[in-house]
Design a protein around this ligand. Sequence first.
Ligand code: ZN
Length: 259
Amino acid sequence: MGYGWDEMEKADETAKKFGGGGSWRPEFFMQPGDRKRLLFAQDDPYCLWVHGSYKIGGDTNPVCLIRNEDLGHDACPFCDVPNKVQSNKGIWPFFVGAFTIIDLGFAKYDGDGNLTLEPFVSSDGKEYQFQRRIYVARKGSDNKPGMLVKLRNKMAHRGGGMKGVVIEATRSGKQTESIGDDVEFVERVAEKDWPKYLKGAGMSDEALQGLELDPFDFSEIYQPLSPEAMEKMLRAGGVTPASASSGSGSASGVDGVPF
Ligand SMILES: [Zn+2]
């Protein structure tokens, strides 16, 4: 995001790289079995309700219009869909906390416990490491607490917020949160020491120059869609919006029927 025509080209590149349309968010994810090191660049989570959209082909999870009461809506097309359909289509609302992180890379250990941080290598041989990403942790339920609860219980009780905290994250299986399902506290690095720390972790001077270390502007990133856009998204995913079934009868029955 930013000003300038070249942002448009960047959007095309991003869409090509990640598949899908232009509303992509740079969200961090791991594959089952991955072990990663992450540096938190932000103290507190940006909290909100979103809806799942993966199963209906969505690129991004839309912001819930009624559970985020500050948005001032009195209905949400995704919430208006019957619970059973929400469940089948994976579009139920869930609470998340978003953090800005720097993905430090894969944590690999030799037999003596020495760590190296390694980049992600794409299929065309490009290396990706030390990128600013959004870490979206779920609150989960009382019975099945999510990573947001684990982070609070494991990290926040130490005080001082998450900024500068380095964690090692692991993802044990496919049926777990895409950010991983376990974290270990590694250390806390004061903000003034981040450049030195990142260089020590293998980042080049050139890459460091180009790295944005400021937190994301989440109020910008999590802009709600209009109810119409959300209904369009539902239809595209094969879900009939509640307003369509209740509204269509009267629309065709009252006016303008020529016989
Ligand atoms: Zn909703």
